[in-house]
Design a protein around this ligand. Sequence first.
Ligand code: AMP
Length: 405
Amino acid sequence: MNVLVINAGSSSLKYQLINVETHTLMAKGICERVGSAQAFHKHGLDENEVVIDAKMANHDDAMALVLDSLVSGDDAAISSLSEIDAVGHRIVQGGKYFDRSVLIDDDVIAKIDELAELAPLHNGAALMGIHACQKHMPGVPMVAVFDTSFFQTLPPKAYMYPLPYELYEKYAIRKYGAHGTSHRYISERAAAVLDEPLEDLKLITLHLGNGCSASAIDHGVAVDTSMGLTPLDGLMMGTRCGAIDPAIVPFVMEHENLTAAEMNDLMNKQSGLLGISGVSNDLRSVRSASEEGNERAMLAYDMFSNSVKKYIGQYIAVMGGVDAIVLTAGVGENCEKMRRMIFSGLQPLGIVLDEEKNRHRGFERIISTDDSAVQIIIIPTNEEYMIARDTYEIVHDQEVGISAQ
Ligand code: AMP
């Protein structure tokens, strides 16, 4: 089954075409700056990638370009759109309605729309992607895969905020988490690498990229996560502040004369590594600057590792122990220096990084010492594969159900 995975952002449309049975990535690309005069379209696998300036007034135009690029040229991924069997959409906010991936119908679309209040940029964009697919590929089954659904297992003591209870009743203010598809994927793969059932393991999963999140996964069930009502909470990130004293918000708004939207922008786009270092949101640039003696860059680097360390401690306490700590995304997979700083001093907790293994590059790998009580594992994340797999399973089950009737 060929599944087209769509990840629609407010001004972008990312896609991959995956054959799920053979695990083959057939095509991938991204339309960026959709709606602006600078719009462009990148399409192709690795060295065959081409960048095309293209006019895209909206996601509908972008989808038409994507579909055209899949069937055009000498190295076309497919010869006809009829070879796309299903579409999987990444949806950021599934709220309380979705604790798993679902087949998209009118009711699902209405609920994604209703939940847009909690993720205005993301859910709105996903809906544009869904409508564009309905228009260009009528009749092709579509599945919604939610970033939040993996965290619907959190107990109330983890997902509630200690605010007046009425705010939860009135506005559904609670922790929903984010990056759930990534945490689900890396926890499953970590169990496979350890050759143990996921149901027997206590895992801490760390998605450390430009956005960062940590999760506690107790015997296969997510029991806590660092992102909250929105993806601003928790760990320090590239441009996001993560958890701060909430009283800072009204203080800064009053003293800097900022609106709520401006304050939101400051915390989401001007904080984190960028805000502290003044250099960049990109850890590589912050590292270079810190190695050249830039003190604010050094501070940013230190704060980032300390922020991760604190979540490791919290989640060991939440689960009463941990068997393995799993890292993924740009920083988690690639930055040996940050990993060294995160795990330094954790030896008394039975967490011992192997300096030599930490230096190795590679795919899925264990980087703790042989006698470390807690394993440290790197798993490159693959959210697109997870979306394709969910789509395959749901569409396949539906087809089996129909043929059995
Ligand atoms: P992601 O959001 O997963 O693409 O991750 C982006 C982050 O990963 C940026 O902060 C990058 O600087 C960081 N990153 C990617 N590669 C490396 C590397 N080789 N060393 C250090 N940081 C890296």
